[in-house]
Design a protein around this ligand. Structure first.
Ligand code: DX5
Ligand code: ZN
Length: 221
């Protein structure tokens, strides 16, 4: 099976949000990625539980909720989390990481740990039982439209090897940040499974969404 696509809703055309989501559903994307930013863990604000709830009314695509918030354990209950969703919490954002991942699992969702570019892959050693996904940030979180941090390509390959050797080859590797078709191809080669597609992947001015999804799909086949 090829890689999975998770369009980043913060990069959608907000004036045409419903239309965008209908097109993405038609294009067959596997997830919708929601960047939740608290103006504290990251120096920006974006999206929130109300939007997540509203979008549920217009699509059945599973959600991929990326919590870029400090103390995520305090905010999980605000979100309408459904079985099959991915919920990512940052390793750097809580001292109660295992408990938070367990809580996500108890809700029937797929727990994911997100790692900033500087956070070593080895920091997940003791929580491998608690995750379905590891989200490797390929830019520093907070803003769309940034350049790839080059060292993260090697990190994806290291993560693939590290998980496999530890007997956790089933844990999926998700990548987020500057996932252009060109970068996605390299990320796929390195071992990535789920691709967050934002302003560099599919929400590209002057291009149609279906065409962009198809092109990205080919890059990660
Ligand atoms: C970065 C966000 C990403 C971002 C990715 O903090 O988590 O989801 O929107 O999109 P681009 O392609 O703009 O890097
Ligand atoms: Zn994200």
């Amino acid at each position: 099976m090829g890689g999975k696509i998770s369009p980043s809703i913060m990069c959608a055309d907000f004036r045409r949000l419903e239309e965008n989501i209908n097109l993405l559903e038609k294009a067959g994307v596997e997830y919708l990625h929601f960047d939740i930013m608290d103006g504290n863990f990251v120096p920006n604000f974006a999206l929130g539980p109300d939007l997540v709830r509203t979008i549920r009314e217009i699509t059945g695509i599973p959600f991929d909720i990326h919590l870029m918030v400090r103390h995520p354990e305090n905010y999980i209950d605000l979100f309408d989390i459904r079985p099959g969703d991915i919920v990512s919490v940052h390793q750097e954002a809580t001292v109660h990481l295992q408990k938070t991942l367990q809580k996500i699992k108890d809700l029937g969702a797929r727990p994911s740990v997100a790692l900033n570019p500087a956070t070593p892959i080895y920091s997940i050693e003791d929580i491998m039982d608690d995750i379905a996904v590891v989200l490797i940030m390929t830019v520093n979180p907070g803003f769309a439209g940034q350049m790839l941090v080059p060292a993260t390509l090697k990190k994806i390959a290291n993560a693939k090897k590290y998980l496999g050797e530890a007997g956790y080859g089933h844990v999926e590797i998700e990548v987020d940040g500057n996932v252009s078709c060109e970068n996605a191809r390299k990320m796929r080669e390195a071992g990535a499974d789920i691709f967050v597609a934002g302003s560099s992947g599919i929400f590209i001015k002057g291009r149609d969404l279906q065409g962009c999804v198809d092109e990205l799909r080919r890059s990660i086949a």
